[in-house]
Ligand binder design. Sequence first.
Ligand code: NAG
Ligand code: NAG
Length: 291
Amino acid sequence: MATLRKPNGLILLFCVIVSCFFFQVWGRPATFLEDFMVTWSDSHIRQLEGGRAIQLVLDQNSGCGFASKKKYLFGRVSMKIKLVPGDSAGTVTAFYMNSDTDNIRDELDFEFLGNRTGQPYTVQTNVYAHGKGDREQRVNLWFDPAADFHTYSIMWNHGQVVFSVDDVPIRVYKNHEAKGIPFPKSQPMGVFSTLWEADDWATRGGLEKINWSKAPFYAYYKDFDIEGCPVPGPSFCATNAANWWEGASYKSLSAEQARRYSWVRMNHMIYDYCTDKSRYPVTPPECVAGI
Ligand SMILES: *[C@@H]1O[C@H](CO)[C@@H](O)[C@H](O)[C@H]1NC(C)=O
Ligand SMILES: *[C@@H]1O[C@H](CO)[C@@H](O)[C@H](O)[C@H]1NC(C)=O
C-alpha cells in the first residue's frame, strides 16, 4: 500500500503543476478583474453580472479606460463589445495592444469611430512595428455594432497578426522580416481599451461633433479572453511551437478566411494607406509584399 501512495502523491503534484501551468498560460478569465484593471476614471466603469461584463461610460466629465494586469508575447485576445448606440458621432471606443515602449513602440489597434444615427460605424485598424505606425485602414461595418454584442479579436503569432470581427478577418499584417519589413515580435504587449471623445477628427474627419445632450454614452464588454504567453512568465512559452496559435492553421488564412477577407476589402473597405498616393507616393513595402 505504501508503494501505491507515493505515486498517487506524485500524480497529484503533477496535476497541480499542470493545471497551474494551463491556468496561467491558457486561462479563460471569467471576470473582468481577473485579468484587467481600471486605468482611467473608476467611476465611469461599472461591473455588471458579478464582474462578467462591464459598462464603460462617457460623459462631459470624463471618458474611461482599462488595461490588462499583464503583458503578453503572442497569443490571441478577444472580447465581445456592444458599442455606443444611436447618435455616437464624435465618440471613439478603442481596443488595442501596446508594448508601452516610447521609441520602439509595437501596437495593434482597433478603433471604433462613432457616427450619426443610421450612418455606419467605422473600424480603423493600425499597426505599429518598432516605433513606426501610420498604417491606417478603415472598414465600415456591415452590421449595427450597437444593436448586439460582436466578437473582436487580435491573433498574433510569429507569422502574422490577424484582426477579426466575428471570425471575419478584416486586417492581416504578415511577417515579412526577410524583406526587411519590421514585425512586432520581441516585445510583450498589454491589452487596453478606452472610450473617449475625439470629435476633432473621428467622424467625417471632425465635421460631425459630439452631441452632449445625448450623454452619457455607454459601451458594453463581456467574454474577456486572453490566451497568450504572460511576461513575466514561463520563459519557454513564447517560442513554444506547440502553442495553438502557432499551429499550421494559424500560419496563414485558410481558403475560407481568405475569401471572407477579400469580401471585406472589396465591399466594406473605405480607406487603405497602401493606396493613398498623396501620403505615400511610393507604396509602403509591406503593401506589395502580399499576404
Ligand atoms: C459616417 O457616415 C458617413 C456618411 O455615411 C460616412 O461617409 C463615414 O465613413 C462614416 N464614418 C465616419 C467615422 O465618419
Ligand atoms: C442633439 O440632440 C438633441 C436631443 O436629442 C436634439 O434635439 C438636437 O437636434 C441634436 N443636435 C444635433 C446637432 O444633432
